[in-house]
Design a protein around this ligand. Structure first.
Ligand code: SF4
Ligand code: SF4
Length: 271
């Protein structure tokens, strides 16, 4: 593989995964092929295996909705897959909104927007407050608060039934990330991103940094959507501990020095 293609290998795989998931939803909803039927809150794989968004199920619980056993099992499967094994990969490999915010981030870097001073620095903890607010509002209003306005649901419905007014949300989100705040929505605001950040701290799949191989080019920090998680780069050996890392692989694929690698947390080879 040429170097240029190899420095996009995970990005291309992620786009493929995200696109295949959307296509499977469309095919199931138009009754062509029933592999993945539903949406990003609840879906059935091969008409048998339930998969549910644990944060959506938490909102249902707070809203007082009846939670069926298959929804509970689906939420458990998804929760433990990310929390124990894969980390916050929902955000970089599954969620369709990531394609929009990544594009805004890419153009922001390319056009050097926000680099001439005055760039905003919002706390990344807003997403944890948004997560809690989503639950409180669900309790108060008796409805799944974030699901009602989630750009993830809007994107999914737009792909299946037509985007119409959903364009305002998707384009607005794109412009917000492009012009107002770098990695604005996914890196600061999204409560589902906050939920996965808080619950994937101990997952097995991690990025590891090898300090002696690092030439301090800082390409990794340039492309990382959560660059605060790379504070160890150039300073010490170790794994990226934070659950805010999405395991997107951008840092790994752009590193010319092989100083960043994917691996399993406890493997000897990894050490
Ligand atoms: S932060 Fe939210 S919108 Fe962004 S990729 Fe994650 S779940 Fe999707
Ligand atoms: S540390 Fe690497 S894998 Fe994690 S979010 Fe940043 S670029 Fe992606």
């Amino acid at each position: 593989m040429s170097k240029s293609l190899s420095s996009y290998r995970y990005l291309l795989l992620r786009r493929l995964t995200q696109t295949v998931i959307l296509v499977l939803f469309v095919l199931a909803s138009s009754k062509v092929v029933n592999v993945l039927n539903g949406d990003f809150s609840f879906a059935l794989f091969l008409d048998k295996l339930p998969l549910a968004d644990p944060y959506a199920v938490l909102q249902m619980f707070f809203a007082g909705a009846k939670i069926t056993i298959d929804v509970l099992i689906g939420a458990g499967i998804v929760f433990f897959f990310y929390a124990l094994l894969a980390g916050r990969v929902f955000c970089s490999w599954v969620c369709p909104v990531n394609m929009v915010t990544d594009l805004a981030g890419f153009l922001r870097r390319k056009w050097k927007i926000g680099e001439s001073g005055g760039s905003r620095n919002w706390p990344r903890s807003i997403r944890y407050w948004a997560f809690a607010l989503g639950l409180i509002l669900s309790l108060v209003f008796g409805m799944t608060a974030f699901e009602m306005i989630s750009p993830i649901g809007i994107f999914h419905r737009g792909i299946i039934y037509g985007m119409e007014l959903g364009w305002f949300v998707i384009v607005g989100l794109f412009l917000f990330d492009l012009l107002v705040l770098k990695n604005g929505f996914c890196g600061h605001i999204c409560p589902l991103g906050g939920f996965y950040s808080a619950t994937t701290r101990f997952s097995l799949l991690r990025v590891r940094h090898i300090k002696d191989a690092c030439t301090l080019c800082m390409l990794c920090k340039d492309v990382c959507p959560e660059k605060q998680v790379l504070h160890l780069v150039g300073k010490k050996d170790g794994i990226v501990e934070s659950g805010e890392c999405t395991n997107c692989g951008r840092c790994v694929e752009v590193c010319d020095d092989d100083s960043l690698k994917f691996g399993i947390r406890s493997s000897k080879k990894f050490k």
